[in-house]
Write a protein that binds this ligand. Sequence first.
Ligand code: FE2
Ligand code: FE2
Ligand code: FE2
Length: 394
Amino acid sequence: MSVFISHALNTGFRDEDVYITGLCHDIGFLIYGESFRYPEFIQNLEYHVSSEGVLSFDIFYTVDRFDRNCQHVLISSKILEYMGIVPAYCSRAILYHHSTTFPAHEDEKTVLMANIIRLADHISGTIRSARKLEEAVEQVRISVEKEDFPPALLKTGKDLVNDPIIFSSVFNEESGVDKFMESMLVDVKTFTRTAQIISLMLDYRSVYTRKHSLGVAKLSENLARELLTETDAVLMYLSGIMHDFGKIRTPLHILHKPGALSPGEMFVMKLHVVDAMKLLTSPRLTFPLRMAVMHHERLDGSGYPKGLKAKDIPFQARILQVADVYTALAEDRPYRKSLEPTRALKIVENMVRANQLDGIIYEKLREFVKNGYHLTGYEDLIEMITQKYTYDGV
Ligand SMILES: [Fe+2]
Ligand SMILES: [Fe+2]
Ligand SMILES: [Fe+2]
């Protein structure tokens, strides 16, 4: 919707910038909820089912009750700035997506973008959380007048709920991701930062995996640097942060089950590898995709999803397998506490003896552990993106 409003106003903004700003404007809300106040976040998440059977969340209500200090605008803005995929005025605009006044030093583009996001947020929130569409449209027609938008934005907002052709094209359109995919060529550094944010959200979804993706990424990177080349190290870091992307769909009650998984639950758990494959296919991330698909395979053919054997598993994928097993053992699980490094190493060694994991990589890991290798998570990044801004007026 933000892209539609931007077009209607002839802003001249790049569509992909508007799209990404709209997509990420509340991203901090999730990280805030997941990293700090998860129980309260879940408790306050009001949802209902519309007459058409569509499940929706009442975000306004949730933001009001949960995020009293508007932390989510600060964190969202900081995250977008960190990723570096849009110009600075877009990340700054997010700071004001719930504001009707702006500090004097903010430039026109920031203010305009902030108003676009606020209008789109207001209209789509009201429409999508409505039990009855006709009531929601009426509600928007009345409420948009009271929201203190500049005249041009107010007109665009009214057009949206008065013109059935415009309404239908905005609300029934498929997700715009593919439309912008071709034009989104980013460098490795920018891409890595974006992937880090996604894996941070994944890791913080569960208290048991808060160090997982980054731990696996750094260990894979370090092992590859010692055993292969610098290029492999960079690629293995990326593969590590993305290897469990598919777990974003694994239900928490399965991740948090305090005992052995039933065969059905195990099946659902195994789907994370296939889901990772789906997620990484369309952006054509060929190498991380191959790695992610193989991270639960084992050299003796006992792994999943394909039961590949040693000859079909490249050395890089073997690195990811060792790093994944060791990191998981060093983390708390609902059914056991984290294992001491030597104890975790012993289990990896047993898996090497059973011809499941690679012996050369194990030897390097053993050397790392002997020298006091320490697994770390996203603490630094969390600290950075949750720091208070010093901008005036916020
Ligand atoms: Fe918001
Ligand atoms: Fe996994
Ligand atoms: Fe994993």
